[in-house]
Design a protein around this ligand. Structure first.
Ligand SMILES: [Zn+2]
Length: 119
């Protein structure tokens, strides 16, 4: 039985987007209440009845969230251009080595704007 499950994380952070056109609102320093979903996929062991303990995902991802929460993202190594796309890739690169079941990272910069990265 193959399936996907996900766990949602949140963090608050500031950024500006230096590659946007001059005068674009995203060039100005501003903040977001970011949300992202960590999606894992795999085969459920019938004897266990679960794919992974959600607490295991939290144990892996919480320290990564601490590196982002209430920071200016442009100052973080690898995030000098912190678009949703680059944040999704950065999260993948930091989570995947510890979570081989990872199949996608979905970043929500606002309630209506999301970006999905599948590695
Ligand atoms: Zn923004």
């Amino acid at each position: 039985m193959r399936l996907k499950l996900s766990k949602t994380f949140r963090f608050e952070a500031a950024h500006d987007l230096p590659t946007f056109p001059d005068g674009h609102k995203c060039r100005r320093l501003h903040g977001h209440s970011f949300r992202f979903d960590v999606v894992v996929e795999g085969d459920v062991d019938p004897a266990l009845g679960y794919l992974i303990d959600y607490g295991e995902i939290k144990r892996i991802v919480d320290p990564i969230v601490k590196r982002l929460d209430h920071y200016y993202l442009n100052d973080i190594e690898g995030l000098s251009n912190p678009t949703s796309e680059m944040i999704a890739v950065w999260l993948w690169q930091h989570i995947r080595p510890q979570l081989p079941l990872l199949t996608s990272v979905v970043v929500y910069e606002t309630c209506t704007s999301m970006c999905e990265y599948n590695g």
